[in-house]
Write a protein that binds this ligand. Structure first.
Ligand code: UD1
Ligand code: CA
Length: 453
């Protein structure tokens, strides 16, 4: 098998997006469009990814970082001109160059892998991925002879009426043998309706010569749709989301409402978990089996064990164990680890804390910068006072601690194993193990006060 390298065209502005952001950086399925394309190239086995940048070059490079190599196309003189800019960086590479566009985020790795495999099996100099479109308007048409051999590609604006009637289009995705590609590129001109150097002319040049030009038809034309406008972006987003939901359902996950569930591609969910409506699950999130997630929840970059019930919550960068119940109206903030069997209820915020096995924070609390042991019970309205205006301090609650309602725990402070804190206390000193900490004024009843008044 020869080496595979991808060249991804992304120098255009994307005028119709009406955006300050380069088109390829618009997001879909939780990633930028161009990252989706790079992923597909990766899955197809492309070892190097070379991105042709132009409009907003710096922001594209910053967004993608090490994922790719970059070549700048100063002036956008056409797709052929764009590929020519990679001549130098590809010198010495002996293998197949796959050309892709940065604005086709629905492409799947397996489709590109198949294109590459067929290109190699055919021993072709160039293989173009084509699609039969219900409406081919705007695309380059693939022109074949009577035997089916590809002769050339004609752009919409340069096509005659017979050519316009062809509904097999160029997807803008190709495999080329490097040497043949750059040799043919030397032969292209900008004598066409748009005055551009068309990459598509390479196909005609190679077909006229000795080289073998091959074509592979994509099974699902939707995969190769190029995004030019915000409407197309929204439509593609829907297709991508559906694809993810379908694969989760195939693997045994129940999704109650496909229209109000948004799950990023890299999210993993195990069987028999049920996702209720109005739920977003994003980033590197994993969810175990038998969970109930949602309704109305947003979970980002978190790992969740088995049989957890999370409803009406927002959790980000958290670890949640098995048999945990959270919600409704709970905010779990970064660096929070929740052990098995924990219950966190109504209107609770937890930040940068460890919550030990079987502990309970059932109502109206703020728990920040806290190390909580096992089987701790937190009374309603408990607040960890973790910030003195300059620094954050930690609260330690050892195993079996019982905190009465409406307690302030002024950190740094430790409540020892099995100790109690009386309701309404403001605790500023450590409470020893097994002790009762009381820190509030003693109640004084004035007999007959009402009559005297
Ligand atoms: C191109 C094809 C057309 C095909 C269609 C598929 C050509 C001449 N035509 O047309 O046959 O049906 O794609 O979507 O290739 N770009 C650069 N530098 C440039 C010009 C373009 O990097 O100088 C990039 C764009 O940012 C974009 C991609 O190349 O990502 C395609 O360019 P675009 O202008 O959209 O080509 P189409 O007219 O759609
Ligand atoms: Ca296009």
């Amino acid at each position: 098998m020869s080496d595979l390298l991808a060249v991804i065209l992304a120098a255009g502005k994307g005028t119709r997006m009406k955006s300050a952001l380069p088109k390829v950086l618009h997001r879909i399925g939780g990633k930028s469009m161009i990252e989706q394309v790079i992923n597909a190239a990766d899955l197809a086995g492309a070892k190097r990814k070379v991105v042709i940048v132009g409009f907003g070059a710096q922001s594209v490079e910053t967004a993608l970082g090490e994922q790719a190599e970059y070549v700048v196309q100063e002036e956008q003189l056409g797709t052929g001109h764009a590929v020519m800019q990679a001549a130098e960086i590809l010198q010495g590479f002996e293998g197949t160059v796959m050309v892709l566009c940065g604005d086709t985020p629905l492409l799947q790795g397996q489709t590109l892998a198949k294109l590459f495999a067929e290109h190699q099996a055919a021993k072709a100099s160039a293989t173009v991925l084509t699609a039969c479109m219900p409406n081919p308007t705007g695309y380059g048409r693939v022109i074949r002879d009577e035997s089916g051999q590809v002769l050339k590609i004609v752009e919409q604006k340069d096509a005659n009426s017979r050519e316009l009637a062809v509904n097999e289009v160029n997807t803008g995705i190709y495999c080329f043998e490097r040497a043949a590609l750059f040799e043919a590129l030397n032969g292209i001109t900008c004598n066409n309706m748009q005055g551009e150097y068309y990459l598509t002319d390479v196909i005609g040049i190679l077909a006229q010569g000795q080289a073998k030009v091959w074509a592979v038809q994509v099974d699902d034309y939707q995969e190769t749709l190029g995004i030019n406008s915000r409407i197309q972006l929204a439509e593609a987003e829907k297709i991508l989301r559906r694809r993810k939901l379908a694969s989760l359902m195939d693997n045994g996950v129940t999704i109650m409402d496909l229209d109000s569930t948004f799950i990023d591609e890299e999210v993993c969910i195990e069987p028999d978990t049920v996702i209720y409506p109005f739920t977003w699950i994003e980033g590197a999130t994993t969810i175990g089996k038998g969970c109930e997630i949602g309704p109305s929840s947003r979970i980002q970059n978190s790992s969740i064990g088995d049989n957890a019930i999370l409803h009406f919550i927002y959790a980000h960068d958290c670890q949640i164990g098995n048999h945990v119940t959270v919600g409704p109206y709970v905010h779990l903030r970064p660096n929070t680890t929740i052990a098995d069997g924990v219950k966190i209820g109504n209107f609770v915020e937890v930040k940068n804390s460890q919550i030990g096995k079987g502990s309970k924070i059932p109502h109206l609390s703020y728990i920040g910068d806290t190390d909580m042991g096992e089987k701790v019970n937190i009374g309603s309205g408990t607040i960890t006072v973790n910030y003195d205006g300059k620094n954050k301090h930690r609260t330690t609650l050892e195993d079996g601690v019982f905190i009465g309602c409406n307690t302030n725990l002024v950190a740094p402070v430790t409540v020892g194993k099995g100790a109690y804190v009386a309701a309404g206390s403001t605790i500023t000193k450590d409470v020893p193990s097994k002790a009762l900490g009381v820190a509030r004024a003693r109640q004084n009843n004035i007999d007959g006060w009402v009559n005297k008044k």
